[in-house]
Design a protein around this ligand. Structure first.
Ligand SMILES: NC(=O)c1ccc[n+]([C@@H]2O[C@H](COP(=O)([O-])OP(=O)(O)OC[C@H]3O[C@@H](n4cnc5c(N)ncnc54)[C@H](OP(=O)(O)O)[C@@H]3O)[C@@H](O)[C@H]2O)c1
Length: 228
């Protein structure tokens, strides 16, 4: 049995990834988030577990004991850190303190805590574990107003680079840092609604129908990074 733990499935890329895993009968998905779609609620059951958690609040995240119980018969475990926030966008000095703290908690702290718990819970029977961090090109360049998003994505990439190094002698564990590229999701709506230099590029992508469907991105990520 393969277990896939994924954050942020209520919309966007997370919802698209979940749709694809649902078609695989040998996969059980543990979806972590603060909201779920009607379709997900209807499909919930033994192979789709909807586990409410507020990623900005560490006490609501599953601990190792909870994961360990779930993974009892796991041959393979996949953890996908998908959920993220792009806000706050704006000049440092003007950023809302709560939004800034939320960005760090969701984009950086939650992936670190979840990964720590998942590795502690990994059963000896699991022949393979993949930890995928969904990052962004913004982790490696300065974009006007995007300091919180860039810094948290860059910080998390560094954490997963350390994990990759730690696991380099363990062929069971694969660490994947992926950049999905721009896509037509709520995050792009937030970007279009903000004000920053260089925003026109994002407005043009939308106006010219150049934002890919997250379903296509989800299929590519699975094919390129999660196939055995
Ligand atoms: N869209 C792009 O162009 C783009 C480009 C490069 C990289 N990415 C990356 O791709 C990934 C997916 O992005 P997306 O575009 O699909 O984003 P999105 O449409 O904004 O969806 C974000 C998901 O994260 C969840 N989330 C946010 N804050 C949360 C919290 N505090 N607790 C629980 N869940 C929370 C949201 O749940 P709620 O519905 O509860 O808010 C939602 O399910 C992200 O890591 C993003 O950085 C996106």
């Amino acid at each position: 049995m393969r277990y896939v733990v994924i954050t942020g499935v209520s919309r966007g890329l997370g919802e698209a990834l979940l749709n694809q895993f649902e078609t695989d009968e040998d996969t059980t998905v543990l979806a972590l988030g603060r909201g779920f779609t009607d379709a997900q609620r209807i499909a919930a059951g033994k192979r789709l577990i909807l586990r409410h958690c507020e990623l900005a609040e560490p006490s609501t995240l599953p601990h190792a004991a909870e994961l360990s119980e779930l993974f009892e018969d796991a041959d393979e475990v996949v953890l996908i850190h998908n959920a993220a926030v792009v806000a706050p966008i704006g000049p440092i000095g003007d950023l809302d303190a709560d939004e800034l703290a939320n960005a760090v908690a969701v984009n950086l702290t939650a992936p670190m805590l979840l990964t720590n718990s998942l590795l502690a819970a990994l059963p000896a029977t699991a022949g393979r574990a993949v930890i995928m961090f969904v990052s962004s090109g913004a982790a490696h360049r300065v974009i006007d107003g995007w300091s919180a998003y860039s810094a948290t994505k860059r910080g998390a990439e560094e954490f997963f680079a350390h994990l990759a190094e730690q696991c380099s002698d363990d062929p069971r564990i694969k660490v994947e840092i992926v950049n999905p590229g721009v896509m037509d999701t709520g995050m792009q709506e937030t970007i279009r609604g903000a004000r920053f230099a260089g925003q026109q590029r994002f407005l043009d992508l939308y106006e010219n129908n150049e934002l890919p469907d997250p379903a296509a991105i989800a299929a590519r990520l699975i094919e390129e990074h999660l196939q055995a």
